[in-house]
Design a protein. Structure first.
Length: 81
């Protein structure tokens, strides 16, 4: 696995785990728990714009932090409302 991709996976996973909210990445009709390192590592191999779905008590803070983490690694992200 490329070093940059590994760094992105670790940062996004650690960011997601700071929050209580449910954080799901939608990739190719699959729902991936962003708090799962394995699921996240498999899903980020796709060169796509990712759809992120966040629900919970701290979702606004989670959205802000995760958008920043994805953008920091030049990964395209959209939020599902």
């Amino acid at each position: 696995m490329k070093k940059k991709l590994t760094e992105a996976i670790v940062e996004i996973n650690h960011t997601a785990n700071r929050f209580e909210s449910s954080i799901v990445l939608l990739v190719n009709d699959k729902h991936i728990d962003v708090k799962s390192m394995l699921g996240l590592s498999i899903s980020l191999f796709h060169d796509d714009t990712f759809m992120l779905e966040i629900h919970g008590p701290d979702e606004e803070q989670a959205k802000e932090a995760l958008i920043k983490a994805f953008v920091n690694h030049s990964l395209r992200i959209n939020l599902k409302e």
